[in-house]
Design a protein around this ligand. Structure first.
Ligand SMILES: Nc1ncnc2c1ncn2[C@@H]1O[C@H](COP(=O)(O)OP(=O)(O)OP(=O)(O)O)[C@@H](O)[C@H]1O
Ligand SMILES: [Mg+2]
Length: 300
């Protein structure tokens, strides 16, 4: 949907202009994990909100049929609103990328979050496999779309579903230089999912070597961890094992389990804006700084 479809003053503040191409070197950060419920969407919403607060121009693309990211950025059901174009509509050729980029809000119809834009997912992304069957180089489905956002945003986040199928592969191939951000809870099964992710990345590197693809895990975010052994030794052990196995790839600190995160979800607001002083918000800020998501890290 273009911003023309919204009232200029809707939500109590004037709608911003979509960023033009000013030649930014755009970073693309893809949130992945083979297992579902592994804090990908929470992390994308949190880091995107923090980067936007830093003054960076940020686009979050929701490559997931669950639409949790759209929910968290103030749009509960993009499929139910005919004024809103989704990522699927762009794939389908019935909307342009710009028509699908909308400003993020704090809650449905709430205040616009400055500098933060998103492309909502759609339930129809489940049909992507069928839609692209027989298409040449179908794994590159997102690359063409993302081209239109390069140079306009400092950072593009892509939120993936909890599997490593075509949708996620497309996100990983959105450009040659994507940064792979694996999101995990501190549980052994999630650490095993990282091994699966590494195997998939190796396969993709072999399959797309001619295109210069060289994927590897760049960042690991541990979300929803418990703070001490009395709350769950298995959790702290799994966290220690992850840090041992992956060393500096694992960002510090881990994000603690907190009621503020589900509360923020209900309020349809990224946790750093919903509860700025809460533990997870402070931890996500440190993680963002560790990933260089600060204005100072970008050349003007
Ligand atoms: N630090 C935290 N404290 C408490 N709950 C959390 C925390 N982080 C995430 N959660 C909750 O865990 C659940 C899963 O998180 P999230 O939706 O971010 O995972 P996901 O990887 O995107 O899942 P899916 O694979 O289904 O898309 C959500 O209900 C979320 O609110
Ligand atoms: Mg999700």
């Amino acid at each position: 949907m273009s911003t023309d479809n919204l009232d200029a003053e809707e939500g109590g503040n004037t709608l911003p202009e979509l960023p033009a191409n000013v030649g930014h070197e755009t970073r693309i950060i893809v949130a992945v994990n083979e297992s579902g419920g592994s804090v990908k969407t929470t992390t994308v919403a949190a880091l995107a909100a923090i980067a936007a607060e830093e003054g960076l121009d940020v686009l979050a693309i929701e490559a997931d049929s669950q639409r949790d990211l759209a929910h968290l950025l103030g749009c509960d059901d993009p499929d139910a609103n005919e004024d809103i174009a989704t990522l699927f509509d762009v794939v389908d050729g019935i909307a342009t990328l710009d028509e699908a980029i909308i400003p993020a809000r704090q809650g449905e119809g709430g205040l616009v979050i400055p500098n933060l834009w998103f492309v909502p997912g759609s339930r129809r992304l489940k049909e992507l496999d069928d839609k692209l069957s027989g298409a040449m180089l179908r794994e590159l489905w997102l690359q063409r779309i993302v081209q239109g956002a390069l140079g306009r945003f400092h950072v593009i986040f892509i939120d993936c579903p909890g599997d490593l199928k075509l949708t996620t592969k497309g996100a990983l191939l959105a450009s040659k230089d994507v940064e792979v951000m694996a999101c995990v809870k501190s549980q052994e099964k999630e650490a095993r999912a990282l091994t699966e992710l590494e195997a998939t990345l190796t396969e993709m590197n072999a399959a797309f070597a001619a295109l210069g693809v060289q994927l590897g895990i760049d960042w690991i975010v541990i979300g929803e961890s418990v703070s001490d052994k009395s709350q769950g030794k298995a959790y702290t052990d799994a966290e220690e094992q992850l840090r041992e196995a992956y060393g500096e790839l694992v960002l510090t600190p881990s994000v603690r389990r907190s009621i503020k995160v589900p509360e923020a979800y209900s309020a349809q607001t990224p946790v750093p804006l919903y509860a700025p002083r809460s533990e997870p918000s402070l931890q996500y800020r440190e993680i963002a700084a560790g990933m260089g998501l600060t204005k100072a890290s970008f050349t003007p």
